[in-house]
Design a protein around this ligand. Structure first.
Ligand code: GLC
Length: 415
């Protein structure tokens, strides 16, 4: 079990991932061919030689990028509590002003702005936690960085760690204020010692900076699930699901397979009810614009989140996986349960629940709701909440229950 000491992470529940880099220029296409799968892997998938990929930097001029607007939206419109930005993805290009590699957004592009500095300032302004994605093992630009899909046995990974990875981590942890977490990824063949060394290195600059599960060798401070993967089994430690809105992280012009706002909201509630955080991605394009479809989906999800934030932030795992019900997804905190209604219903009936409920009300308005103990199938142990007339056709609203017990109590199953 991984249990961070960082209370903010336990309570955050919903964050923004930003995948943005030179791959965004290609938008999923190289020499007329569309890449299969995720856009930020295009260099690897087409084995684009470094000499052909690097010149993309000279074209990178994202004049529409507006850190303030993205962070403001994330915080105020979308209801997110932390942000994780790709400072260096597997392609090796640094999205900040690096002194130890000129292959970066300030020195190698006509744009010349340190977008990480801009994000840092915006995060400070809006009270958003700032986390940094850093690809610590794969670096397709560095001759000694790992490269998925090829023979890496001749590489001098030690040299890469000392020449690029550690110096860049030091820059990131000393030049950009308080860093909430470092989001390591794809550890590849890293040894236990190497993962430990990076862990200690991060902590030597910022002891409160969290280290993500993907540092490898089980050394992270919280579990990062597989991409878009929600564990079915309860997990006692802290965890996070990194997830996409369509089927890519980095911008792809032809990926329009957007999940609906309802689908996203279902996933958010499902993850929160199991005790995890949802880290949801946007992939700005070559000009720095966030796809309109992403904005529209997140705005709609954000409406619910803002109105019912008490049912999201700071909630704790609901004890049993049986509570993936058809009509509601349950979230909770001590002495409260939130029945988040996801399908229109005339009443909410929770079977096999053995709590002493003292009050039921609509979370958004405080309107008291009638409830009964005992449902149609059993004499005791069930709770039924009556839904007011004007809500019977609605979905995505929340009913709060005050309960005497700490959390949801399951009836013993007697066969
Ligand atoms: C994967 C990919 C990567 C992406 C990440 C996000 O491991 O390698 O491209 O950044 O997942 O979770």
């Amino acid at each position: 079990m991984k249990d961070t000491k960082q209370q903010w992470f336990k309570e955050a529940k919903y964050g923004l991932f930003i995948h943005w880099g030179l791959y965004s220029i290609l938008a999923g296409e190289w020499k007329g061919k569309e890449v299969e799968g995720i856009g930020e892997w295009i260099m690897n998938r087409f084995r684009i030689p470094v000499e052909e990929y690097r010149p993309l930097a000279a074209q990178f001029d994202p004049v529409d990028f507006n850190a303030d607007e993205i962070v403001r939206r994330a915080k105020e419109d979308w209801g997110m509590n932390y942000l994780v930005f790709t400072t260096k993805h597997h392609d090796g290009f640094a999205m900040y002003d690096s002194q130890c590699s000129d292959y970066n957004i300030v020195k190698a592009t006509p744009f010349g702005r340190d977008v990480l500095k801009e994000l840092q300032l915006a995060c400070e302004k809006y009270g958003m936690k700032l986390g940094l994605y850093y690809s610590q093992a794969q670096d397709w630009d560095d001759p000694d960085g790992y490269y998925a899909g090829v023979d890496n046995s001749q590489k001098n990974f030690r040299a890469y760690l000392d020449r690029k990875c550690k110096p860049q981590l030091k820059e990131l942890l000393t030049n950009y204020g308080d860093i909430a977490l470092i989001w390591f990824d794809t550890p590849m063949q890293m040894t236990q010692e190497e993962s430990q060394e990076l862990f200690d290195y991060v902590k030597s600059f910022q002891p409160n900076c969290l280290v993500s599960g993907r540092i490898g060798n089980n050394l992270g401070e919280y579990m990062s699930t597989g991409d878009n993967f929600i564990p079915l089994q309860p997990y006692a430690g802290d965890w996070e699901v990194p997830a996409t809105l369509n089927d890519t992280w980095g911008f792809k012009k032809n990926d329009h397979n957007w999940k609906s706002p309802e689908h996203i909201l279902n996933l958010l509630l499902k993850i929160n009810s199991r005790g995890g955080n949802y880290l949801l991605n946007i992939g700005p394009d070559a000009k720095g614009n966030v796809p309109q479809a992403s904005i529209d989906i997140l705005n709609e999800v954000g409406d619910f989140v803002k109105k019912n934030s008490e049912a999201i932030y700071g909630t704790k795992a609901i004890p049993a996986p049986v509570y993936d019900l058809d009509w509601v997804i349950i979230t909770g905190r001590p002495h409260k349960l939130y029945l988040n209604v996801i399908k229109p219903t005339k009443r909410v009936h929770i079977a096999a629940m053995d709590n002493k409920v003292t009050r039921a009300y609509l979370l958004e308005t405080g309107e008291e709701l009638e409830f009964r103990i005992g449902g149609p199938t059993r004499a005791t142990g069930n709770v039924t909440v009556m839904i007011p007339e004007e809500y019977k056709a609605k979905k995505f609203y929340t009913i709060a229950l005050d309960i005497e017990e700490e959390t949801l109590v399951n009836q013993d199953l007697d066969w």
